[in-house]
Design a protein around this ligand. Sequence first.
Ligand code: SF4
Length: 346
Amino acid sequence: MHQKDQWKNYVSDLVTPEEICDKFQADKEIFKVHRVYPFRINRYFFSLIKEKNDPLWLQAIPDEKELCKSNGSEDPFLEDNILSPVPNLIHRYKNRVILLVSDKCAVYCRHCMRKRRVGLHEETFFDNFSDILNYLESHDEIDDIILSGGDPLLVSDEKIEFILAGLRKIKKDSILRIHTRTFSTLPQRITENLCKIIKKYEPVYINTHFNHSMEITGETKKASFKACDYGIPLGCQSVFLKGVNDNFKALSDLFTNLLKIKIKPYYLHHPDPIKGTDHLRPDIEKGIKIMKMLRGQISGLAVPYYMIDLPDGGGKVPLLPEYIRGKGADYIEVENFKGKLYRYPL
Ligand code: SF4
C-alpha cells in the first residue's frame, strides 16, 4: 500500500464486540442494538477508553436505551425530503448547502444526528455528483458548501480532490467546509498528501468534532498542527452530552485543551431530539448555567456558542439571554433570527 493510503489500515482495523466484552466484562446483549443502529469502533479510538461507561465508552459503545421508547424523531429537520432537492444535497439555508459525501465514519457515535442513515446506506454520492454540480451552478445565492456525511474524509484522497476541484471550478469564491470527526477518531487520516490537496482549493475550513479532552492525544496534536502548517483553519463543533461532558470541569478542560492544539471551539450543540438518543440529552438549563460560568473563568477565545436547532425550520440560535424570551414548566421560548418565537422542550 502506498504511504499516502496507510491511514486505511486504521479504518479497517476494527474491534469486535467479543473483544470489548472480554476486556470490560460487558454484557453481550448491548450489541443487539447494532441490528438497528450500526456499531463500529477502530482500534485507535478503542485504546482511549479507560473503563466501562467513561466519556468515550458512552459515545461509541451501544446502549440498550437506544431501543427504548423515544421522544425524538429519526429526521426532525426533514433533511431527507423537504430539504433535499437533489439526492445527497441538503439545501436548508439560502446561501448554504450540505453535501452528504459518505455514509461511513471511523466510529459510529451513539448520539449522531444522522443515526438514521450512517453506516446503513449504499454510498451514492458519486453517482449523482454531476446533478449536484448542476444544481449549484444554477443557484448563484449558494456561496457556502459543507462536505459532510457520515464522514467525508473516509473517502480516498483522489475522491476528495475530485469533489473539491469540481466545486471550485463552478464556485470560484465560495467558502468550502469539511465537517469531519477524523481528528478525534482517526487522526492518522490527516496526511501530508491530504493537506496538500485541501490547500490547493483554499479557502477550505475544517470543522472537527471533539466532546471530551480524553480524545486529545499526541496523535490528534500531530494532525491539527500539520493541518495548520498548510494554513487550513480549524474549528470544533462539540455536542453537550449527558455523562460525557455535562459539567463545568469537562467542558473547561475540553475547550482549553482544544485551543492548545490550535483548534478553535466554535459551537457547543445542544443535542437534537433524535430517536434513540434520549438517554444522552442533558438538561438545557444546566448547559446555560455552565456556559455562564465558562465565560467568566476561561479565555474568551476558548468559549464557543451554545446552540440549539429549532424545530419547524426555525434555524440555529445561540442560547444567550437576549434570545430566550420566556419559560414554561417544560419548555423555554426562543426567538430566532427572524424575530419568530419557538417553544423548545427542556
Ligand atoms: S462521526 Fe459524525 S456523522 Fe459519523 S457517527 Fe459520529 S456524529 Fe455521526
